[in-house]
Design a protein around this ligand. Structure first.
Ligand code: HEC
Length: 261
């Protein structure tokens, strides 16, 4: 019994370590491998904004292009910037030692990141960079405190700050509270540790940015297990096969039963 509870505790520990890292309320994100345009866009954004620092060293361009239904010539022309061949692994041109000197930590390979952290974590991570002059790179992150990565997508998202905002006060079970003296005027309260986007400072609107970040996380979810797509498809055929087999087995069983009687 004792060993069992120790084992259970040991299994729980890694999860506790991650959740202890940040108490930021995570926005849900559900990956969708059937959404090919999203995966294609994630691939495009990844090679443009991330591959300069983060390799995907277990993933080949060719396989990615095939899985995401992108013709090889198009992929070579628009998605391979490192002068590599289509059959090559998606490596970065950055020298890991130099990178370590620049950022303090070398940018890790991201092939497995969604299997370790989960796609939802990556999605929230990419959404929660904010300006912080006390940090060497001028930015900090809500789900990865004191991160050593610059905000790679700041051009798209724009400038985000962390601070206090006024939000409508919510009464228990009665919705937003209104001012009794000035009908219609909501009563507000101050909420701190919130992210505020300076509108118009990024190329994308907030919705477009959310979609872009969703697509990158979705793409990294695919990269974490590229055969998942195929497995789901094959799984369907296997079930169909079993169903047909079951019909014949049942018919055969009925014949046997007749003979026995
Ligand atoms: C200029 C180089 C650079 C670029 C560009 C960059 N990163 Fe990073 N990234 C880093 C560094 C350095 C770290 C390590 C930070 C640390 O450990 O403090 C990191 C860490 C991460 C992590 C956390 C990994 C982990 O499990 O600890 C994720 C996820 C990530 N980057 C995703 C991205 C994505 C997605 C993009 C493209 C939108 C991107 N990065 C662009 C340098 C970069």
């Amino acid at each position: 019994m004792k060993t069992r509870s120790i084992l259970a505790l040991a299994l729980l520990l890694p999860g506790m370590a991650w959740s202890a890292a940040s108490n930021w309320p995570m926005e849900p994100m559900k990956p969708d491998l059937k959404n090919v345009p999203s995966l294609q866009n994630g691939f495009r954004l990844y090679v443009n904004y991330c591959l300069g620092c983060h390799s995907l060293q277990f993933q080949r361009y060719e396989r990615t292009a095939d899985d995401l239904q992108i013709p090889h010539d198009l992929a070579l022309e628009n998605l391979v910037f490192t002068g590599q061949a289509i059959g090559d692994l998606m490596e970065t041109a950055m020298d890991p030692q130099l990178a370590k000197d620049w950022f303090g930590a070398p940018p890790p390979d991201l092939t497995m990141v969604t299997r370790v952290r989960g796609p939802e974590w990556v999605y929230n991570y990419l959404k929660t960079f904010y300006l912080d002059e006390t940090r060497p790179l001028g930015v900090n992150n809500k789900v990865f405190e004191n991160v050593g990565m610059p905000h790679a997508l700041i051009d798209l998202q724009g400038i985000q700050r962390s601070g206090c905002i006024q939000v409508p006060k919510i009464a228990a079970n009665r919705g937003e509270m209104r001012d009794p003296l000035e009908p219609g005027r909501p009563i507000t309260e101050e909420k701190c540790d919130q992210l505020v986007l300076e509108e118009g400072t990024g190329l994308y609107t907030a919705e477009e940015y959310d979609q872009a970040v969703y697509d990158i996380s979705n793409f990294l979810h695919y990269v974490g297990d590229p055969s998942r797509l195929e497995r789901h498809r094959i799984g369907g055929y296997v079930l169909l096969f079993l169903l047909i087999l079951w019909v014949f087995t049942w018919l055969l069983g009925r014949e046997y039963n007749k003979a026995v009687r």
